[in-house]
Design a protein around this ligand. Structure first.
Ligand code: ATP
Length: 311
């Protein structure tokens, strides 16, 4: 069953079309990655699904039922970890988690157990009496997560939860999200970091300017594009005529030389490396380090839009 079914969603902010007939189908048990550059409409889509924003057209079904601002029964089954950390400064770590959990769970004894579990889950046991301003950026993010998930929601939205966190907290957040999925939650994960999406998401949608560009597994998306591999060669310099010769090779999609690195994007072919090194050798250019990389989601985005996914 689709846990989320968004159909033909249109959202305008004045003249700006933020969502342009946006469709989103999400199956139970997925970690669903919504990948797109800044401003592509990810947060707007989430806020519409949660009924925090009104929208101009389209329909939103969650858990197989039509979502509406007053569907508190559905909202109770949802968790939201917003992009901007949203906690209360005057409350301690434990009090914050308890406060957000109390919006969904009345029973005190049950809440105490849930709050304990959330604290353990984000590994904030040493900080329960701290107030938010005493926490580092990574710990604050973990508190933000605990506040969003303590009530054990079935569907959890994570909106760019790793922006500006240290690598250790980032890895803890990513494996925590996988743990939530293993416990049965469905996760919607937005990011403009393709590596994270590749790492944890079982299904990925690439969006741009409020529209769906492509959807599939990591492997399916990469098979959609013609880039088979990228060959990278370290070089001190590269004459323009040699670059032109590389671009004219039969399986080469493009070749770029910048910052001492030649990057040649090729269609899949067994001879790419030999061909590229052959052109360099014929021009008496001695390469430094040479390596090949499989295509990335950035290559998918590049082929679909002509632009880089990165900022
Ligand atoms: N309240 C608003 N009023 C006017 N325009 C807005 C508003 N909120 C977002 N936008 C615009 O709508 C578009 C989509 O923004 P949105 O925040 O949904 O994108 P995003 O993919 O989540 O990007 P980011 O990662 O930067 O948050 C952008 O062009 C943004 O400038």
């Amino acid at each position: 069953m689709d846990i989320v079914r968004v159909t033909g969603l249109v959202k305008r902010y004045g003249d700006l079309l933020a969502l342009d007939h946006f469709d989103l189908p999400i199956k139970q048990g997925e970690i669903f990655g919504l990948l797109g550059p800044n401003g592509s409409g990810k947060t707007t889509a989430i806020n519409c699904m949660l009924q925090l924003l009104t929208y101009d057209r389209g329909s939103i079904e969650l858990f197989g039922e039509a979502m509406a601002p007053t569907r508190y029964d559905l909202k109770r089954r949802i968790g939201m970890v917003p992009q901007q950390v949203a906690v209360l400064e005057e409350l301690t770590v434990r009090e914050n988690i308890d406060f957000f959990c109390s919006l969904y769970v009345r029973d005190r004894a049950r809440r105490r157990a849930l709050v304990d579990e959330a604290i353990e889950f984000v590994d904030l046991g040493d900080y329960v009496r701290f107030r938010p301003k005493k926490l580092s950026g990574g710990l604050l993010r973990r508190l933000n997560i605990a506040c969003g998930i303590a009530h054990k929601p079935e569907l959890i939205f994570f909106d760019e939860p790793t922006v500006a966190v240290d690598p250790q907290s980032r890895n803890a957040i990513l494996s925590g999200i996988q743990g939530l999925r293993d416990e049965g939650a469905t996760v919607v994960y937005t990011s403009h970091y393709m590596e994270e999406v590749e790492q944890i998401c079982s299904q990925i949608m690439i969006m741009d300017r409020g529209r769906v560009l492509a959807q599939g597994t990591n492997e399916e998306l990469k098979r959609m594009v013609s880039t088979g591999e990228k060959i990278v060669v370290e070089l001190s310099e590269l004459p323009a005529r040699v670059l032109e010769r590389l671009r004219a090779l039969p399986h080469v999609l493009d070749a770029v030389f910048a910052d001492g690195e030649l990057t040649v994007r090729c269609e899949a072919s067994p001879h790419n490396l030999v061909d590229v090194l052959g052109v360099l050798g014929a021009a008496r250019i001695v390469p430094g380090r040479v390596w090949a990389e499989p295509p990335t989601l950035n290559d998918v985005f590049l082929e679909l839009t002509g632009r880089e996914l990165r900022d």
